[in-house]
Design a protein around this ligand. Structure first.
Ligand SMILES: [Mn+2]
Length: 314
């Protein structure tokens, strides 16, 4: 039976094709890329990327940036797509049902991508831990795996895991309370009000911002500890690197000889990790700054700009 291209009819691709589709394929899109599995079986035709990793979409919350995410997915077809946890926010949905059409569109897009031949692997996180009981099962073609191993085109084995298990290891699960620029700016405004009130009450100045700076610093220590702990575990398990999410902080660097990649999130930073066909890994930030992405999402599709290029592995 004839199978269509996995990206047949996806408008974003013709946009990319105009921008210079490799090997002069023009509007003719790849047909049946096949499955890119651990057996080393290479797809017959090329999608734009060998693999794409995204995490922390938090579908089901108002914070989820579904529109830029849909635009990103359109423009980043791949042979394999890893969903590295916190895709659907079961914690929030239990509290309050929030499911706009755009969130449905994301789920539909993921299912459609799988139907059209892209291998989609869902590695559940803590916010969608309900899915962990389905380890090894398959839903609409989407494989559920509590952890996965991705082998890059240049033969490196990367451990793919959400990362929440390391919260316990570093004993600081409350980090989220202290990060986020918006919350920080808000507290700086609060500081002014607080101190004008204190002045009227005859109390001395007390710096909320100093206090919070200290808190932010401990949050940064948390991030570093998290990164080191995850990389050390990957190394102990014999992998050359790790891809995770969870802390909403995109990063790619070597830690003691192990490649640490965090694909970021789709709440604030709008970042993803992509693997090129030669095995080169790259962090992409959709549409530059968050504000720019918000401004552009209803106008022209932004072009993802690389935010970090991988250091050569020793
Ligand atoms: Mn998480």
């Amino acid at each position: 039976m004839a199978r269509q291209s996995p990206f047949h009819g996806v408008p974003g691709l013709s946009y990319l094709a105009r921008g210079g589709w490799p090997s002069g394929a023009g509007e003719a899109l790849p047909i049946d890329p096949g499955r890119n599995d651990e057996s080393g079986h290479e797809p017959l035709e090329r999608a734009l990327y060998r693999a794409v990793f995204i995490s922390d979409l938090h579908l089901g919350t108002a914070g989820c940036q579904a529109a830029p995410l849909l635009a990103f997915l359109k423009h980043h077809p791949s042979h394999t797509l890893y969903l590295v946890g916190d895709i659907i926010d079961g914690w929030q949905l239990r509290r309050k049902w929030f499911w706009p059409q755009a969130h449905n569109d994301v789920v539909q897009k993921l299912l459609r991508r799988s139907r059209k031949g892209c291998r989609v692997v869902f590695v559940p996180g803590n916010h969608d831990e309900f899915a962990r009981q389905f380890d090894g099962h398959n839903f609409g073609g989407i494989e559920v795996a509590n952890e996965a191993v991705h082998t890059t085109a240049d033969g490196r084995r990367l451990w793919v895991v959400h990362g929440d298990h390391f919260d316990g290891v570093i004993q600081c699960a409350k980090w989220l309370a202290y990060v986020g620029d918006n919350a920080y700016e808000f507290t700086l405004r609060m500081n002014r009000h607080l101190n004008s009130l204190r002045a009227r009450m005859g109390l001395p100045y007390w710096s909320l911002s100093q206090y919070l700076k200290h808190k932010v610093k401990s949050a940064l220590n948390y991030v570093t500890d998290f990164e080191r702990a995850v990389a050390a575990e990957a190394r102990a398990r014999g992998y050359q690197g790790v891809v995770c999410g969870h802390i909403h902080r995109a990063e790619m660097r070597e830690i003691d000889g192990t490649l640490y990649c965090n694909d970021g999130d789709w709440v604030e930073s709008l970042t993803a990790l992509v693997e090129h066909h030669d095995g080169r890994l790259e962090l992409v930030h959709w549409g530059g700054a968050h504000g720019a992405a918000m401004a552009q999402r209803d106008v022209a599709p932004p072009v993802a700009e690389p935010v970090a290029e991988e250091q050569t592995m020793s």
